[in-house]
Design a protein around this ligand. Structure first.
Ligand SMILES: C[S@@+](CC[C@H](N)C(=O)[O-])C[C@H]1O[C@@H](n2cnc3c(N)ncnc32)[C@H](O)[C@@H]1O
Length: 367
């Protein structure tokens, strides 16, 4: 990155692309519902409709909305995530960007825990970034830079980041793999890209429910909320926490999503000449056991919350230690993928959503 670093926690509106044209070329990043980025990804009316709808929803309902206590509890999951993606040794001192960071709550604690040099949170929803900035201020985390921009046109130079991550975002865009290519672009040679996408096998029941809501309510996400709550809500609206409300919108009211498979992610890595580095939750059986063992070691600070997780931890304690593995972790075989397809389908039987693994890959070091 050749431009001066912005002051921590100040919202930066980037004008891009700045790759071949240098700085400050006004490309109209979406700073309102009316302004659309003029990049090919939004060339069609359908793509523009998706962009507007997604932006409108996250302007109205930033995601996620966790209490301070919930954020602290979830840090254990993030510590495990970065270990089994093979990034725990890479993050200290690294420059990290989260593409579609939302309220930044998922990554902020991990960025601090691992001691990154800078954590850039890019999102097109200014409302979400306002929350992220507040969270950084509350936590006294000064190495956070919120950037308002579109992920199809990340306003940074090629190779600007050591680590580029995106959790649960690309499947809400008209062209997830184009978005991924843009992530790879801003990753330095020898750096790392990681992503989580919705899983096709996990979502069979959820899709039936979501389609029903859309059929009954049409496009309006507030109407969708009312219908979805009538059909699937378990707590009266007035008693729902901000976290539950944000999840409900994200789950049932979303204007657009696509579902993907592990095989698809791995073949995109191959196409872009990326080396698979790790997955989380780990897709390889020994690493999956290693994850449960490693999580068990964090219990002093982060007690396990469910009876099932405590039982699992107890069950694997007597096995040899599998949690000392180093990246690159083993690529899941076809048999492993097949196994997880079954597990994910089973996990989705009640309409739960958003299960499945994140994957990390390393960009070739050409230098
Ligand atoms: C489901 S939320 C995920 C937030 C965060 N990554 C997390 O896991 O908690 C999706 C986020 O992606 C952002 N997003 C969607 N499309 C985007 C785009 N084209 N450019 C930038 N951000 C986008 C949304 O505004 C929203 O904050």
């Amino acid at each position: 990155m050749t431009r001066a670093s912005p002051k921590p926690a100040e919202l930066v509106i980037r004008w891009g692309p700045g790759r071949s044209t240098g700085e400050g070329v006004p490309m109209a990043f979406a700073t309102s519902h009316e302004a659309l980025p003029r990049v090919d990804a939004y060339g069609s009316t359908q793509a523009q409709t998706i962009k507007r709808g997604v932006l409108a929803m996250y302007m109205a309902h930033p995601f996620p909305q966790w209490s301070t206590e919930e954020r602290a509890r979830r840090l254990a999951f993030e510590i495990c995530r970065y270990k089994f993606l093979g990034l725990d040794q890479v993050l200290p001192g690294a420059r990290l960007i989260e593409v579609g960071c939302g309220t930044g709550m998922r990554t902020m604690g991990a960025a601090r825990h691992f001691g990154v040099r800078e954590f850039v949170g890019l999102d097109h929803s200014r409302a979400s970034l306002d929350v992220a900035r507040r969270v950084a201020d509350e936590d006294g985390f000064t190495r956070f830079t919120p950037v308002e921009g579109d992920l199809f046109n990340i306003p940074y130079d090629d190779g600007a980041f050591d680590v580029v991550v995106s959790w649960g975002v690309l499947h809400h865009t008209p062209d997830p793999w184009r978005g991924f290519q843009e992530m790879v672009r801003v990753c330095r040679p020898g750096g790392f890209v990681a992503l989580y996408l919705y899983n096709k096998y996990n979502h069979w029941r959820h899709n039936l429910q979501k389609n029903r809501v859309s059929r009954l309510a049409g496009e309006d996400f507030e109407k969708r909320f009312a219908i979805a709550h009538r059909l699937y809500g378990t707590t009266p609206v007035e008693r729902m926490t901000p976290e539950e409300v944000a999840y409900f919108y994200d789950k049932y009211c979303h204007p657009h999503k696509s579902d993907h498979t592990y095989g698809e992610v791995l073949s995109r890595f191959d196409q872009l000449d990326l080396t698979p580095w790790g997955s989380f939750p780990p897709t390889e059986l020994r690493d999956a056991i290693g994850y449960i063992q490693f999580r068990d070691t964090l219990q002093d600070r982060f007690p396990l919350r469910t009876a099932l997780s405590r039982r699992l931890a107890a069950a694997v304690r007597w096995l040899p230690r599998f949690d000392g593995g180093h990246p690159p972790y083993k690529r899941p075989s076809v048999a492993h993928r097949f196994f997880w397809q079954g597990v994910l389908a089973w996990m989705g039987r009640n309409g739960e959503y958003s299960d499945g693994s994140a994957f990390c890959a390393r960009k070739p070091d050409r230098g």
